[in-house]
Design a protein around this ligand. Structure first.
Ligand SMILES: [Cu+2]
Length: 155
């Protein structure tokens, strides 16, 4: 009896929890995808980092559409936006911090972003390529357990 309850609980949790995608190889033809994308149709999405949550917690994006994702830390502590499987599943144009005192990085992929407290902002220019649901967490101390855990779903 005990075992069947456990089995039912496991089956129920499997229905509720999304199947999270694991990190595969990065997108090797990202430069071609970025070049072909229609950046004049780019959509801007803002993700706010707070104690202790991502707003929105569950981000939805469409594959093959260019985005500017603004990661903004409006909290009183530094926070991470760590999503290695997602960051490997997109074509990167660039990552930048805002003008006039910011800068840009161009790289095929990376694992984590840290935005500093009280307004730290980082902008991601990317095209989602692989569909799936990806985990995002803050890796500082116990922030994940306190609520800094979410998903990015590419449809
Ligand atoms: Cu945090």
């Amino acid at each position: 009896m005990r075992q069947s309850i456990l089995t039912m609980a496991l089956a129920a949790s499997a229905l509720i929890a999304p199947t999270l995608a694991v990190a595969e190889d990065y997108i090797t033809n990202g430069a071609d995808i970025v070049k072909a994308a229609k950046w004049d149709t780019m959509e801007t999405v803002t993700i706010e980092l707070l104690e202790h949550e991502f707003v929105p917690q569950n981000l939805k994006l469409k594959a093959n559409k260019p985005y500017r994702i603004v990661i903004k830390n409006n909290g009183e502590a530094d926070h991470y936006y760590t999503a290695p499987a997602f960051f490997k599943s997109v074509a990167w144009r660039k990552v930048m911090t805002p003008r006039p005192h910011g800068g840009e990085i161009k790289a095929p992929y990376f694992d984590a972003i840290e935005a500093f407290k009280k307004g730290g902002t980082i902008e991601l220019y990317l095209v989602p390529v692989k569909t799936g649901t990806y985990e995002v967490i803050c890796t500082i101390d116990d922030h994940k357990q306190k609520g800094m855990s979410g998903t990015i779903t590419v449809e």
